[in-house]
Design a protein around this ligand. Structure first.
Ligand SMILES: [Zn+2]
Ligand SMILES: [Zn+2]
Length: 127
């Protein structure tokens, strides 16, 4: 495989991520719930060693960040399908950890075409 294609796919995938982020979060705001840390602390004043900054034991993932991450992942998937570009799709599969040696370029292309067909059908169904 031509390594230039891989680089191009990655660059285009980056552009998709930027676009999706811009669409979902135009002002590039930090998460209102956790301030962008992705973690919340359920510390109790007085009983925690460091209730001010939060301790490891009391941390839990921020649910708002998880919702955002899920929305972002879905939007990126839709954009990748819409692009119909095999290089982008491969870069994306690698990025989300779904790429493996059993996959070939042809398989990705076939899946992409199938998914695009389904997307077109779904859009028609909505109309
Ligand atoms: Zn604590
Ligand atoms: Zn958050």
């Amino acid at each position: 495989m031509n390594s230039n294609n891989v680089d191009l796919g990655e660059a285009l995938l980056d552009a998709i991520y930027d676009e999706v982020d811009h669409h979902l979060n135009p002002n590039n705001d930090e998460c209102w719930n956790c301030g962008g840390d992705g973690v919340l602390y359920d510390c109790i004043d007085g009983s925690c060693f460091d209730a001010e900054s939060g301790c490891e034991l009391c941390s839990r993932p921020c649910p708002e960040c998880r919702i955002y991450a899920a929305k972002r992942a879905k939007a990126v998937r839709e954009e990748v399908i819409k692009s119909g570009d095999t290089d982008i799709a491969i870069a994306w599969l690698k990025q989300i950890g779904r790429w493996h040696d059993g996959l070939s370029r042809q398989m990705v292309q076939a899946e992409l075409e199938k998914a695009a067909d389904l997307a077109i059908l779904a859009e028609r169904g909505d109309a």
